[in-house]
Ligand binder design. Structure first.
Ligand code: SAH
Ligand code: DHB
Ligand code: MG
Length: 226
């Protein structure tokens, strides 16, 4: 059951979705395909997705790395605003999710720009390294939350100055502020914030969010010039 407040949050997202943030057929199709395949509906909300698109455009990103593909919703959004020679690599642990995502990505017309790699992200990273993947302009971290600090540390060494690292789901219904919360995923986000506080390589903020996706928030970090 949604609380009255949560209903209002969802209604406002719907209003935004009916005005300045419109989903098209392919995007809705990716959500429907994910649902039909039994995936949880935990993709970013439409307004959050639009923010990702604006950020991709603002940094002029050409190379994007995503942790956590699910049904391809955020990958499609970001890939759509890449230039034709832009590339997005998305890492997904579950082969069956990756397969559904690839089909939706193809249907959305961005199959030539997106590569979905299957396997735990921590195992995919050394492979990317060996291939000499180079540096990224934007990294979106949205996979298993306990590993967000590990993904962030890897991304920080491989994001160009002026690039962005964005981590979803860091506020976790407000438990971010609770030092004694027993959830390891929450402790990981606290640890990430505490680490970044002392790291002059990034300038970061965390924005709390409400909406159709309940109460959470994302961290945005700008990689500073040396
Ligand atoms: N970014 C997507 C939502 C991702 S949900 C969107 O907004 O559309 C989180 C995803 O991370 C799930 O699909 C889950 O299977 C995947 N995941 C979980 N653990 C992972 C891991 N260790 N490596 C890679 N992906 C993982
Ligand atoms: C979960 C994962 C997400 O990326 C998200 O945005 C919301 C929930 C989850 O694993 O429950
Ligand atoms: Mg998320």
């Amino acid at each position: 059951m949604q609380s009255v407040e949560e209903q209002v949050f969802a209604e406002v997202d719907e209003f935004i979705g009916g005005t300045i943030v419109r989903e098209d057929e392919a995007l809705r199709g990716s959500v429907e395909a994910a649902e039909a395949a039994g995936m949880p509906a935990i993709q970013v909300s439409a307004p959050q997705g639009k923010l990702l698109q604006l950020l991709v455009r603002l940094v002029g990103a050409k190379r994007i790395l995503e942790f956590g593909t699910l049904g391809g919703y955020s990958a499609i959004l970001m890939a759509r605003v890449l230039p034709p020679d832009g590339r997005l690599i998305s890492l997904e642990a579950r082969a069956e999710y990756a397969e559904v995502a690839r089909r939706s990505i193809e249907r959305a017309g961005v199959g030539d720009r997106v590569e979905v790699r299957v396997g735990p992200a921590l195992e995919a990273l050394p492979v990317l390294e060996e291939e000499g993947v180079g540096s990224f302009d934007l990294v979106f971290i949205d996979a298993d939350k306990v590993n967000t600090p590990n993904y962030f540390a890897w991304a920080l060494d491989r994001t160009r100055p002026g690039g962005l690292i964005i981590a979803d789901n860091v506020v976790r219904k407000g438990t971010l502020a609770d030092a004694s919360d027993p959830d390891e995923a929450t402790q990981a986000q606290r640890c990430l914030h505490e680490t970044l506080a002392g790291d002059s390589r990034v300038s970061a903020t965390t924005i709390q969010t409400v909406g159709a996706k309940s109460y959470d928030g994302f961290l945005i970090a700008l990689v500073e010039h040396a």
